[in-house]
Design a binder for this molecule. Structure first.
Ligand code: ADP
Length: 681
């Protein structure tokens, strides 16, 4: 099991941790910044609202103060006006109608006795006539203050019930007798706090917020303004300092629920920050994708490199100027030069045999001129670093880059020396077989000649012998001349007989030489016989478009035969069969070769070889003369093949025959003895 080294693991963990912690910090920083920003913006927004409220409260107080001051002037005018009570009352009534915040005006004597009074028609306070006969304690207090201050003085607020269960908060204003007032009477005006707020505070201020007078403990005395609208309350307090009393004005503003992004700027900055973070995330994703793509590219490159390195085909790329731009290891190995020695070469490549360099230059020039090479490739000869030449098959194709531009040429090289060697071997063996075939033919011919010539020679010999006998009988004649002539004739004829005998012996020796192959018999398995012949058969079969089917019965004993001669027989029969199918009308071209066990008994076993073709067949006339030497129907035929086959088969003790095959074609069959099996003793 492979173990990952611990230090590597720790290093990797550290780098991962560092990367993630950096990212974490960055994100935390951005989030903290955003939160702070939003919070600060919220605070700012609140302070703006609060400031506005404070300003409004101050405005309200100023409004009230100036209105009160105005009222004081009006009241002073009333005070110093008519001394007639009825007239006074009507003037007071007019003032009350004008100033709705005043609920009652009283004219009191220096002893505080009620001289005259007027009630506001706008306030539903049930003043009992005797209740105000004596001044209210607050009135007294105010007037005491007024006298002390020699100016208008206000009392503290007090609650005046209306009689209907409701009531109002009121304050008293007391104007002391002026210096010019001979009567020395007081003018007391009663203000409703509610009226003060309603009448004196600007409408604009009460529309959006609530204005109230409160006590120090927060109890509301009077209140005007908008109803409460939301939960976020802002509050401002202002003191209303009046001579004799101080009141607290409170202004409450409700601000709508503060939005998360209180203003456009914050929203903008937040949006930009979010956009920034998004861009950051996208960038990181993009970076990661790029890294992944780089890794994939690296993998693909490594795969391509591994593929190129493990190829047995040599690869070479050249640019349009003919410079070598790439070679793979297989090419380097093929030619024996290193990649450094080859790259950038544009002159004579070091693997060009010098004697062929000129031709190769021409070829390269043609290629660089833009002519496409043949698709099936072409053969050439290269030279290894050690000077040995070897044949290569070159397949070239234009190199087109990613944008479809032709940038050079890519070539694949296949070292075909081994293929050439095999072809050479098979050619040699074919030649050998053909030579054997020719030899066998010659032998057959010689054998036939000897057979044919033997008889005439024997006749010559016997005629010579007869003639000699006749001459012997003539020896007894008396004529010496004739005797001498006869002797000469006898000698001559004796020589004829001798020569004829010699010729007979020569022919017999040739015959014997041909037959001598009897001794070359051995046990050969049928598979081996077919195995030797099939390459040659297949060669012709491919040429003629014939399919060859071989069927050998299993566990056959080997044949006892002369291997070379039987191979000749098989070759001849197969060749005849395929030639018989070489007819344009024949589409189904199958040659079946079958070997099986034939007659079989305790003493001998036979093998039967059958060759079935679907050829033109053999008509009767041909059949009669089939085995006759020199009979052929082909222009290039010799007519010896079948007769040789029969001789060979019969020499082995076998039988060669033929019959028609249905629906068409011929079946040739021959038998061979099986090699004697060595049974258990
Ligand atoms: P060659 O092959 O030289 O013609 P052969 O003795 O082998 O001589 O054959 C003699 C003739 O027998 C051939 O020309 C051919 O007409 C005929 N013949 C042989 N085999 C077949 C076959 N399988 N089918 C048809 N005809 C055949």
């Amino acid at each position: 099991m492979s173990r990952v080294p611990a230090h590597w693991l720790i290093k990797r963990l550290r780098s991962v941790w560092r990367r993630w912690s950096l990212w974490g910090m960055l994100v935390a920083l951005v989030v903290a910044m955003l939160v702070t920003l939003v919070w600060l913006a919220g605070r700012y927004e609140a302070s703006v609202v609060q400031d506005q409220l404070e300003r409004d409260a101050a405005d309200a107080v100023a409004d009230i103060r100036s209105a009160l001051a105005r009222n004081v002037l009006s009241l002073q005018a009333l005070q110093s006006g008519s001394s007639d009570a009825v007239l006074w009352e009507s003037q007071a009534q007019a003032l009350l109608r004008e100033r709705r915040e005043i609920v009652r005006i009283e004219w009191r004597t220096p002893t505080m006795r009620l001289q005259a009074f007027a009630n506001s028609p706008f306030h539903a306070i049930a003043w009992t006539s005797d209740a105000r006969a004596e001044p209210h304690s607050e009135t007294t207090l105010a007037c005491t203050n007024a006298r002390r201050l020699s100016g208008p003085a206000y009392s503290s607020s007090y609650f005046q019930p209306h009689g209907d269960g409701m009531g109002s908060e009121l304050i008293e204003l007391c104007l002391p007798p002026s210096a010019t007032d001979r009567r020395g009477s007081y003018l007391v005006a009663t203000y409703s706090l509610q009226g003060l707020l309603t009448e004196m505070v600007g409408k604009g201020l009460t529309r959006r917020q609530e204005v109230s007078f409160t006590e120090a403990d927060g109890t509301r005395l009077a209140l005007v303004g908008a109803a409460r609208r939301s939960a976020y309350l802002f509050s401002a307090r202002q003191l209303l300092d009046l001579p004799g009393t101080t009141m607290l004005l409170r202004m409450d503003g409700w601000h709508a629920a503060p939005s998360l992004f209180p203003n456009v700027l914050t929203a903008l900055v937040t949006a930009m920050s979010i956009a920034l973070v998004t861009v950051l995330v996208v960038l990181v994703r993009d970076n990661r994708r790029r890294l992944q793509a780089e890794r994939d590219l690296g993998d693909a490159f490594a795969f391509r490199k591994a593929m190129e390195d493990s190829l047995v085909t040599g690869l070479r790329a050249r640019d349009l100027q003919g410079r070598i731009t790439y070679v793979n290891p297989a090419f380097c190995e093929m030619v024996g030069f290193s990649a450094q020695e080859l790259l950038g070469q544009s002159t004579n490549a070091p693997y060009w045999p010098p004697e062929l360099a000129e031709e190769y230059w021409r070829r390269q020039a043609v290629r660089l001129a833009g002519n496409a090479p043949p698709r099936e490739g072409f053969e050439s000869v290269f030279m290894r670093k050690d000077g040995t030449r070897f044949p290569v098959l070159i397949i070239e194709a234009p190199l087109i880059n990613a944008v479809g531009q032709h940038t050079g040429w890519m070539s694949a090289f296949i070292d075909i020396s081994e293929q050439r060697r095999v072809e050479e071997l098979s050619r040699a063996s074919q030649e050998r077989l053909q030579a054997t075939a020719r030899l066998a033919m010659v032998g057959e011919m010689a054998s036939l000649l000897s057979h044919e010539l033997n008889q005439p020679l024997a006749a010559i010999s016997s005629y010579a012998t007869g003639s000699l006998n006749l001459l012997e009988q003539a020896r007894d004649a008396d004529d010496t001349h004739l005797r001498a002539d006869l002797d000469e004739v006898r000698t001559a004829i004796g020589r004829v007989a001798q020569q004829a005998e010699r010729a007979g012996r020569v022919i017999k020796s040739v015959h014997d030489f041909v037959r001598r192959r009897d001794q070359a018999r051995e046990a050969v398995p049928a598979q081996e016989l077919l195995g030797d012949v099939l390459p040659l058969v297949n060669l012709q079969a491919r040429k003629l478009g014939v399919r060859v089917e071989v069927e050998v019965e299993p566990d056959l004993p080997p044949a006892h035969c002369d291997r070379v001669m039987i191979e000749q027989v098989l070759l001849n029969l197969a060749r005849n069969a395929m030639q018989a199918m070489d007819d344009p009308s024949i589409r189904q071209r199958t040659l079946q070769i079958r070997v099986r066990r034939a007659a079989f008994n305790a003493h001998s076993a036979w093998l039967e070889f059958t060759l079935i073709d679907g050829g033109v067949g053999i008509d009767e006339d041909t059949a009669r003369r089939l085995f006759t030497p020199f009979f052929t129907t082909r222009a290039e035929g010799m007519g010896l093949g079948l007769s040789l086959c029969r001789t060979v088969v019969e020499q082995h003790g076998g039988f060669l025959g033929h019959r028609a095959h249905h629906p068409r074609g011929t079946v040739f069959t021959f038998t061979l003895p099986a090699a004697p099996q060595e049974g258990p003793d």
